[in-house]
Design a binder for this molecule. Structure first.
Ligand SMILES: Nc1ncnc2c1ncn2[C@@H]1O[C@H](COP(=O)(O)OP(=O)(O)OP(=O)(O)O)[C@@H](O)[C@H]1O
Length: 301
């Protein structure tokens, strides 16, 4: 299957500061990808590189098999930037007319159906819409363009829980109805947990983890048992994080094999556990030169 997003040692520098570096990822089409990481991790930088709004300082990136940003590519990629930008002085109907004018593949019926269903007054100016309504309008514009890839940069950050749920529900319905890949950045792991089947964790300008959620959850485990040095775990069990009390150790490990040691109580992780483990690892361990598929760093606390 064609990769929707492929990056090879991709890097972007602002002045002397790397906003993103050594980013190597290969995301297949047909996924809803959650891009998560703390403030300043480089999420917006990666998304802008993917949409051709920024040029790489190092490495390369292809989107839907081609270089981002060209005229043909722009029609295939929808981008809803941070703060869901709309034109304050234009009405909802003006936005739809503008969308139709600017996008060759514009789906007027889809746009109208969404506006009707959401109860957005076509005569209302964007400045008079609530944050949630503006976000829904921006999502409508992104969807009606009928892109193959829709990129959403923290679209729900300013929304209340109800508006967030409605927005994400709209997004999920749209991905189910149309063949669409989505890359969605957010700080809210619980939202990503509901919507995403592919995860990228970006911390401090580097990708720390990337892969299909099911596979990541199947290969990561929490082990709890008598206190043990992480160096005494089997070679195939890579320690992502370790915590110790006087008598007990709790490890989060990544492994392809079964956990056979009867000393351990083994429990499954949630996506939030996984994200936090890799964020903590990044905070306490030196950054890897490139993303290892199987992280080999042991974090002992
Ligand atoms: N135009 C710019 N000029 C200089 N530095 C920038 C610029 N844009 C971003 N940066 C820096 O690059 C780093 C990554 O920023 P980026 O906006 O990509 O992070 P982010 O993960 O999207 O953050 P947030 O979650 O806060 O939106 C940050 O340290 C930021 O200060």
């Amino acid at each position: 299957m064609t990769a929707v997003l492929q990056a090879q040692e991709l890097g972007k520098k602002y002045g002397r500061h790397w906003a993103l570096r050594d980013c190597t990822i290969d995301v297949p089409a047909g996924h809803v990808v959650g891009l998560v990481g703390p403030n300043g991790a480089g999420k917006t930088t990666l998304l802008k590189l993917a949409c051709g709004q920024l040029s790489p300082t190092a490495g390369g990136i292809t989107v839907l098999g081609g270089p981002p940003g060209g005229q043909a590519q722009l029609a295939r990629v929808g981008f809803v930037a941070q703060d869901t930008p709309t034109y304050a002085g234009l009405t909802v109907a003006d936005h739809l007319r503008l969308g139709a004018r600017l996008n060759p593949g514009w789906d007027a019926a889809l746009a109208q159906e969404r506006v009707d269903r959401l109860g957005l007054d076509p005569r209302r100016r964007a400045a008079k819409l609530s944050g949630g309504e503006r976000a829904q309008l921006a999502l409508t514009l992104g969807l009606a363009k009928r892109p193959e890839l829709l990129v959403l940069d923290e679209p729900v950050a300013a929304l209340d829980p109800l508006a967030r749920r409605d927005f994400l529900r709209g997004l999920m319905e749209a991905t189910a109805e149309h063949e669409l890949s989505v890359v969605l950045s957010s700080h809210l792991v619980s939202d990503l947990e509901r919507t995403c089947d592919y995860l990228i964790v970006l911390v401090d300008s580097r990708v720390r983890l990337a892969g299909e959620v099911d596979e990541l959850l199947a290969t990561h485990h929490r082990l709890t048992g008598p206190r043990r040095d992480p160096g005494r775990l089997p070679a195939g069990q890579h320690v992502v994080s370790a915590r110790h009390t006087e008598r007990q150790s709790t490890f989060i490990v990544r492994t392809d094999g079964p956990i056979l040691d009867p000393a351990w109580t083994v429990s499954r992780l949630t996506m939030e556990d996984l994200v936090l483990a890799y964020m903590e690892q990044a905070a306490t361990a030196p950054a890897p030169a490139a993303v290892p598929r199987r992280p080999a760093l042991a974090v002992l606390r």
